[in-house]
Write a protein that binds this ligand. Structure first.
Ligand SMILES: O=P(O)(O)OC[C@H]1O[C@](O)(CO)[C@@H](O)[C@@H]1O
Length: 254
């Protein structure tokens, strides 16, 4: 895993979008089409706004996959990841296809259909973030590092649900669903290039543990250190708890 430190969330988003865009162009050139996993949340605001502005991507050859979704809310809910992705990505570019995870239909059937689709291809690029509890997609700690089912139905932990209230997606903890559909860790790791974008001081402890602690299910994102095609892109605020001697070794992009 390579780590890049940027000054602002916008710099982080621009770096991620420019590199992901080049990977998509390369995949289209080589294979005639490209496959992309897209995440949501505050960490992806800048990534997606820069990505949809990239030139020269033949989006009609790009197929998208949805990383995770709450169970029990429809796409009209302000916290719906389907609604977020439609507004910020799918409606902005003319994709070949986008495979949503629906939050308000039979979750077992949604998982079955999404798993069949994603397992039939090799994904070129994944855009992901890290939660305040170190989660990767909705794989809260302790995460399942072993199962190779592409999508899982997972229970959300207290810290994860509190983060969603803190970010303003829900009015209170009681409103946050207790379960979600998440792409599994093993499926994420099958992607050729992973861009993990993490802005904000709220994520500083999770970033420090991801980079400097043991690789453990207790810090789900730490598994990314085993994936040679991963780039972790963090802003100065998210980097603020990394020990200075480690920080000095990281590449800065201004
Ligand atoms: O972007 P956020 O809200 O900080 O969350 C980080 C990660 O957590 C999820 O939003 C799930 O909460 C992922 O989709 C995202 O990659």
């Amino acid at each position: 895993m390579k780590t890049i430190v940027t000054k602002t969330p916008s710099d982080m988003g621009r770096y991620t979008a420019e590199h992901a865009a080049q990977d998509l162009r390369d995949a289209i050139k080589e294979n005639g089409e490209a496959y992309l996993i897209v995440a949501t949340g505050a960490s992806q605001f800048e990534v997606l706004s820069h990505l949809v502005a990239q030139d020269d991507i033949d989006w009609s050859r790009v197929h998208g996959f949805h990383l995770d979704e709450y169970i029990g809310i429809g796409r009209d809910h302000p916290a719906s990841f389907c609604g977020y992705l439609k507004e910020r990505f799918v409606d902005k570019v003319p994709l070949a296809s986008f495979h949503y995870l629906s939050g308000d239909t039979d979750a077992t059937e949604t998982v079955r259909q999404a798993a069949t689709k994603v397992a039939s291809v090799t994904v070129d690029v994944a855009l992901v973030g890290i939660g305040e509890n170190g989660h990767l997609a909705f794989n809260d700690p302790p995460a399942d590092f072993e199962t190779d089912s592409p999508y899982l139905i997972v229970e959300l932990d207290h810290e994860c649900r509190m983060q969603q209230v803190g970010e303003g997606w829900f009015g209170s903890l009681d409103e946050v669903p207790t379960h979600a559909i998440s792409m599994s860790i093993q499926q994420i790791l099958k992607t050729k290039k992973i861009y993990c974008s993490v802005p904000d001081e709220r994520k500083a402890a999770a970033v420090r543990d991801t980079l400097c602690g043991p690789i453990t299910p207790d810090v789900p994102a730490s598994i990314l250190r085993n994936h040679s095609g991963t780039t972790l892109i963090i802003d100065d605020a998210a980097a603020s708890k990394i020990p200075e001697d480690v920080k000095a070794t990281l590449e800065r992009v201004e």
